[in-house]
Ligand binder design. Sequence first.
Ligand SMILES: [Zn+2]
Length: 190
Amino acid sequence: MTDVHAWNLIPDPLEVETTFFELLAAAESSLGPRDCKWQHIHVEFHDAVSQPRTDNDGISTITVLLNPSRSRIGYCYEAAHEAVHCINPVAARDSTYLEEAVAVAFSRKMVYTKHSKYGLDKCGLTDAYHETLRRATRIDVDILRLGKRARERVGFGSLSLDVTPDLLRELYPSVDQATLASVVDKFPPN
Ligand SMILES: [Zn+2]
């Protein structure tokens, strides 16, 4: 019988790193290969918002910051979300509803896979992230399929920088233009 209490423990640093790279590999199998320009990925604990931090100074590095007080379930949720952003790193201001919807859908799938419905029930969504899912599912009920198809269409480029409504219309010709355009809006709206 699975001990649900263990799922609520804070993971140790080795587990954090191992889990992150497992999730990154899973993200690549769902969404296609990542941009290997970013060769080095470090995972660090900081008492701050989780986000990939990129560094262009000679070395292509992504630093993933994760709050040190997260439970194992919360960590899985955050790490899976950040793993999607590590596939094609962009500045936070450039991220779109489409990329955020894919990151949320992937993190929910990974938490469900590792921690069942018990884990998923512990991961709340803000209204802004609900809105990303609402917009994306109007194009495709399977958001990860949408993400993979969109990335494939742009040569496994960036969901935020390379995907346009016109390219999405080639993939989803029956979806109206306003719906397609709604997912390439920058997230969150200002
Ligand atoms: Zn995000």
